[in-house]
Design a protein around this ligand. Structure first.
Ligand code: NGQ
Ligand code: ZN
Length: 462
């Protein structure tokens, strides 16, 4: 079936701002071939029911954690923290079977589409059987993610994760980490094996050195060289400076803070996504932002795990790129991540409308455009908004949602982000010119939910 098509949007959010009567046309590959504002009505061309906004790339996901979200909201230690959460999360990760991973990811990806995300960067680190031995097909769990994306229709950047140590200085991995561990050579073989499968479904393959804690310097260097031999422009994602303990440990190990160390020892540029990057000093904000790397912000997870607050103003002033991810999936809603990002900044600065920028006073509009651009960059895919050459990934807002009724388009987006009280005001979602959500729902939702619920029930059985 041909995917070529066209749509007229009475209001559409283009990279430069809101435009009226926009004709969007795309080719068989789902790539936009025409984006024309003030177009005359075309007989036979469908008209969008509500404002059309670009689909949001989700730049950070650990899919399996969707089935774990909400299960650690009780006191387990006298002073719970990211680290006590991680102990419980490892216990959960130790039990997952491949079919369960796939069922969890499949429903999650449908939820993402319903929540306004049109693509996802999957930071995939559970590689092996529970005892640490590789599966007969070493790519089993990564292939499960590719199938979940294919089935639901979400775009994918697959980031197999290199994980080798439990702490700075190459301390040996713990038992809870044995499903994650790979030599650098084994990682490069995995990447080579996954490349054709990714190419076949228009997914991008990249690499995620998990963190400076988990990847010693020699391995980082060798893995990056090996990645370049496969694809010299492939995206590279790393967790960095999420927790203050991580900063302290890095200082003790190297005398430098994590972001400073990385900038000094790795070729950080626009291929890189620095996930979290919560704890930086002024020099790191300056040098990180000007490196061209994307800051991967995951406001709901960062709040849930007690990470701290990224200094958006410091990054933004330097022209730093950024995007959002749902990470541990306590929230799977692109608008809500933007809301939480803005609210964290308001709470920290005691000001309002932090995300507005010169030339774009509407906060929701400015945040959406910036997060789409940064998310696309981090994804390494042509999903950077409604422009010729980019994929036709877009969301049609539900103008009949009670929070949106009677408003102009920019206020509808603002209401969607700030006033839809956790119920998305999304009507339709299109990915690469194909409609994947109608009336707010993914068509396979019932079957996907049932498989997810079965997988989770089995996982929680003793
Ligand atoms: C992860 N999550 O890889 O799932 C991590 C925890 C770690 C976050 N950083 C594991 N939020 O950092 O070692
Ligand atoms: Zn993460």
């Amino acid at each position: 079936m041909s995917a070529a098509g066209a749509l007229v949007a009475p209001h559409a959010l283009l990279p430069g701002g809101w435009s009226r009567n926009v004709l969007l046309a795309w080719n068989d590959a789902g790539v936009l071939t025409r984006v024309a504002a003030d177009a005359a009505a075309l007989a036979g061309t469908a008209v969008a029911g509500g404002p059309v906004v670009p689909g949001m790339p989700n730049l950070h996901s650990h899919a399996f954690q969707r089935a774990f979200a909400g299960l650690t909201e009780y006191r387990a230690e006298q002073q719970d923290s990211f680290w006590s959460w991680r102990t419980l999360m490892y216990r959960f990760a130790a039990r997952l079977a491949p079919q369960q991973m796939e069922a969890i990811a499949s429903w999650l990806y449908a939820e993402m589409l319903e929540g306004g995300y049109t693509s996802v960067c999957e930071f995939q680190y559970v590689h092996h059987q529970p005892d640490g031995r590789p599966y007969a097909d070493d790519a089993t769990l990564s292939l499960a993610m590719l199938r979940a994306a294919q089935r639901t229709g979400i775009g994918l950047t697959l980031l197999p994760v290199l994980y080798q140590a439990s702490g700075f200085g190459g301390t040996p991995p713990g038992d809870g980490q044995r499903r994650f561990i790979r030599s650098t050579d084994s990682m490069l073989r995995l990447l080579a094996a996954l490349k054709p499968a990714c190419d076949a479904q228009n997914a991008r393959l990249g690499l995620a050195p998990h963190s400076l804690r988990a990847v010693p310097p020699d391995s980082l260097r060798d893995a990056l060289a090996g990645l370049d031999a496969i694809d010299a422009t492939a995206p590279i994602h790393i967790h960095i400076a999420e927790q203050t303990k991580e900063v302290d440990d890095c200082l003790a190990w190297s005398g430098q803070r994590p972001v400073a160390w990385l900038l000094d020892h790795a070729p950080v540029d626009s291929r890189w996504c620095l996930v979290h990057a919560t704890h930086m000093d002024a020099t790191e904000y300056r040098d990180g932002a000007t490196s061209g790397a994307v800051a991967g912000l995951c406001p709901s997870t960062e709040a849930n795990l007690g990470d701290g607050i990224f200094d958006f103003g410091a990054w933004h002033r330097r022209g730093g790129a950024w995007g959002v991810g749902s990470d541990s999936h306590v929230c799977v809603n692109a608008a809500e991540e933007l809301l939480l990002l803005e609210y964290g900044q308001r709470l920290a600065t005691r000001q309002r409308n932090i995300g507005a920028r010169d030339g774009q006073p509407q906060v929701a509009t400015a945040l959406t455009l910036a997060a789409v651009a940064g998310g696309a960059q981090a994804s390494g895919r042509a999903i950077g908004g409604l422009a010729v050459g980019q994929q036709a990934d877009f969301v049609v807002l539900d103008h009949q949602h009670v929070a949106l009724q009677g408003l102009g388009a920019p206020d509808m987006l603002a209401a969607h982000v700030f006033a839809s009280h956790r119920g998305s005001a999304i009507d339709a979602v299109w990915v690469a010119g194909r409609q994947r959500v109608a009336a707010g729902r993914h068509p396979d939702r019932a079957a996907l939910i049932s498989a997810f619920a079965t997988a989770r029930a089995d996982l929680l059985k003793d």
